[in-house]
Design a protein around this ligand. Sequence first.
Ligand code: F6P
Length: 344
Amino acid sequence: MAKRFGILTAGGDCPGLNAVIRGAVLKGETVYGQEFVGFRDGWYGLVYGDIIDLDRSVVRGLSNQGGTILGTSRFGPYSEPDGGPENIKKVLKNLGIDGVIAIGGEGTAAASKRLLEDGIPIVGVPKTIDNDINATDYTFGFNTAVEIATEAIDRLRTTGNSHKRCMVLEVMGRHAGWIALHSGIAGGAHAILIPEQPESINQICAWVTSVKNRGRAPMVVVAEGFKLPEMAEAHSTKGLDGFNRPRLGGIAEVLAPMIEERTGIEARATVLGHIQRGGVPTAFDRVLATRLGMATADLVADKKWGHMVALRGTDIVRTTFDEALADPKQVPLDQYQEIRVIFG
Ligand code: F6P
């Protein structure tokens, strides 16, 4: 029976990673007598055999801690000169590790799938604040990001009201508008702009003006991946990330002066940035992450290599890397239309 497993966290961090680690270790030790180690800094630790022991004493009290105790990086498992399946197999054999648990987003799932095909026993746990993975109803970290963004909207509204300004808040999410949609609804935004639905500057200004005409301070929430109809790509001026994808961000700073110029209403932009990924996870995310971690101990006990755990309704289920890698989950237009009718 496979007994000793290595856990890694790869890609961008996300509130709830530590709760997953704790859930897996506690259930694995208690129910199956499994042992765990953690690979440091994502795939780097796997490629170079850089590990820490993970037992009950190490994961104690971890579920409320943000970040990841293992560290993370954008290093890939096939990175030259030492990456690739043959070296990784040797590392696993030398360390007596029977399987790998990779907690990560789309890039991690893609790398895990390739490793699986190259003979590495591996399972996955989906994570991202963006909530854009199809295989799961919600990813842990998303709820925390929405709470943080909602608090930011609440705060911006009080200062916006004092100065009678239009406040434009930019939130993360890459090419999915989930964080913008949920925080925008929760914070009562007057317009929510998402990547899935271009809106013209005339339309945005019409919403802003109608709010102003009612004597209110307009609040606009924009997702970093939002595009005006004339934009071919989402706004990006910061080069590429570790996966060669354009780093997004800054669209609020483009929109605010456009709104001010066209409406005559003073406008201010706030880019919320990595605040959305830091700090303690919400209770919802702690519960979800703990349950996913515990279900991962079951997965490796059953040697379900190539599988991932996911949330469907209120159930934790098993899915595959292929399913997780299917088209990203974007906001359906009918869900956007549902709230759009009350903008302005
Ligand atoms: O995927 C999570 C995310 O926070 C996105 O919302 C954002 O575009 C990106 O990562 C930022 O990445 P980095 O931490 O590399 O700047």
